[in-house]
Each structure stands twice: as structure tokens, then as C-alpha cells.
Design a protein around this ligand. Structure first.
Ligand code: SF4
Length: 93
């Protein structure tokens, strides 16, 4: 599911509209094998914490570190991480 955020800014009498589209990213952390392929593929979004599984970087983190909301301009990056994960535990919604 894509989420739209609409920001309106007023400059003089013109209205400038910024649309930010984001996507949800999930990691099934209990099945992570700590290979760090996702981090190599997309370090903007994924990080492996020593002694823990792969997590979403703080900037994009949701209610916990296994899920996040990422701008779609990072879609290719996240998709390469999904493709690189040997145990297929990263998903996009
Ligand atoms: S690629 Fe998959 S298994 Fe490897 S660290 Fe990332 S989430 Fe874990």
C-alpha cells in the first residue's frame, strides 16, 4: 500500500503542493541469519545491530525496529535488499 502525504505551502499567492509517497517495509527478525546482505544492498534503510538481527534505520523506523515507512525514492534500494536476502524475510507493502 502506498501512502500519500500532502504538504501545502503558500508562497505569495501561489500554492505549491508537495506529495510524498511512502511504502511500508517489514523484516521477520526471528528468522534473520545476520548475513548483512540487506545492509550491503541498501544501507540507507537497513542496519544489523551486533547481537541482534537486521533492523530498519532510526530515520525510517515505525513502532518497532522490524518495520518502517520509507520514501518511494528508495524503492529500488529496498527492492535490491529484498532480492538479496537469502531467507526471504524482508517484505514491502
Ligand atoms: S539479508 Fe535477510 S538474513 Fe541477511 S541480515 Fe538482512 S534480513 Fe537478515
Amino acid at each position: 500500500m502506498l501512502k500519500f502525504t500532502l504538504n501545502l505551502k503558500f508562497y505569495k499567492r501561489e500554492v505549491v503542493i508537495f506529495v510524498v509517497i511512502s511504502m511500508k517495509v517489514y523484516i521477520k527478525q526471528e528468522e534473520c541469519i545476520f548475513c548483512e546482505s540487506c545492509v550491503s544492498s541498501c544501507p540507507e534503510v537497513f542496519v544489523v545491530v551486533p547481537g541482534k538481527s537486521s533492523t530498519i534505520v532510526e530515520k525510517y523506523r515505525g513502532k518497532n525496529d522490524s518495520e518502517g515507512e520509507v520514501d518511494t525514492n528508495l524503492k529500488n534500494c529496498v527492492e535490491s535488499a529484498v532480492d538479496s536476502c537469502p531467507v526471504n524475510i524482508i517484505s514491502i507493502d
